[in-house]
Design a protein around this ligand. Structure first.
Ligand code: SAM
Length: 292
């Protein structure tokens, strides 16, 4: 029988046979460690009943594992040179659909509707293209689609930011965007030597599961998200300076900001990175009540 696509020898053979021009610019690093692939499947808690979305199947190394452990896989690959290759490497599986689409331009709800039977668990599993990790995660989280779990590989530094707690350097608007919606955990790290070709950074697998909504909730989620981003805009300045940058320096506005900070008992001299998600919610709601 044929060795797994992700085995180093087969991956190298596929690259050679097709004269594949591996594109750094598209974040093409193929995972070639079978043990790690097994761990990814476990971390995603895949089962035969699941529908799975994959972003960036590459030559199909992870896709093969997903197909073996789920009901149906829908994979988005931007690079058209890979589509015929995937057609061959994955030809023995009848439960994979490859779409030659840019994930950042795809209409996810529509594509999911057209390709998946309804009423099955939906999971996202991917070894992400690292140059667009953040926009992909933001799109996925803001799509309104319910994923039963999200299991994604990314650069280790970005993984650290997703799970960072208040008061640490890595904590910022990305941590809050993700933790507002999900319980995010680093499952395990992956050395750069696990890929062909090797990237210049180490990686980590992050799992995200929908969490209970915060209570109280922000009066408006988009306003909340804008407010959080604005609060971290100038990281080395005080929270007060960032608030003035968001709302303006009009004396009346400054008075209202001062009132709100007094009311919620937060010092204007604090750094945004010390504030918890609950505090950001309380603040955006109190500022809204003050007409800001
Ligand atoms: N899944 C394979 C693996 O684990 O070996 C390849 C992962 S590789 C890190 C990222 C893949 O994402 C590449 O195949 C790349 O062509 C694809 N990609 C890059 N940008 C994309 C985009 N905007 N939409 C869809 N796929 C993209």
């Amino acid at each position: 029988s044929t060795p797994l696509i992700a085995s180093p020898a087969r991956t190298q053979a596929i690259i050679n046979r097709y004269g594949l021009n591996v594109k750094k610019s598209l974040g093409q690093n193929f995972l070639t460690d079978i043990n790690i692939l097994e761990h990814i499947v476990q971390a995603a808690e895949l089962s035969e009943t699941d529908n799975v979305i994959e972003i960036g199947p590459g030559i199909g190394g992870l896709t093969e594992f997903l197909a073996q452990n789920s009901h149906h896989v829908l994979a988005f690959e931007i690079d058209e040179q890979l589509v015929p290759i995937l057609g061959e490497t994955l030809s023995q599986y009848d439960n994979i659909t490859v779409l030659n689409q840019d994930i950042l331009k795809a209409n996810l709800p529509k594509v999911i509707n057209e390709n998946f039977e309804p009423n099955r668990p939906l999971k996202l599993v991917a070894n992400l293209p690292y140059y667009i990790t953040t926009p992909i995660l933001m799109n996925v989280l803001q799509s309104g689609i319910h994923f039963d779990s999200i299991t994604v590989m990314m650069q280790k530094e970005v993984a650290d930011r997703l799970v960072a707690v208040p008061g640490t350097k890595a904590y910022g608007s990305l941590s809050i965007e993700v933790q507002y919606q999900t319980d995010a955990q680093v499952a395990f790290s992956v050395p750069r030597t696990a890929f062909i070709p090797q990237p210049n950074v180490d990686s980590a697998i992050v799992t995200m599961k929908k969490r209970e909504p915060f209570n109280p909730a922000p009066f408006d989620e988009r306003a909340f998200s804008k407010f959080v981003k604005g609060s971290f805009m100038h990281r080395r300045k005080s929270f007060w300076n960032n608030l003035c940058a968001i709302f303006g320096k009009d004396p009346d506005v400054k008075d209202r900001i001062t009132n709100v900070l007094t009311k919620v008992k937060i010092s204007p001299q604090i750094r945004a990175e010390k504030l918890t998600i609950e505090q950001f919610i309380e603040l955006v709601n109190a500022l809204h009540v003050e007409g800001l």
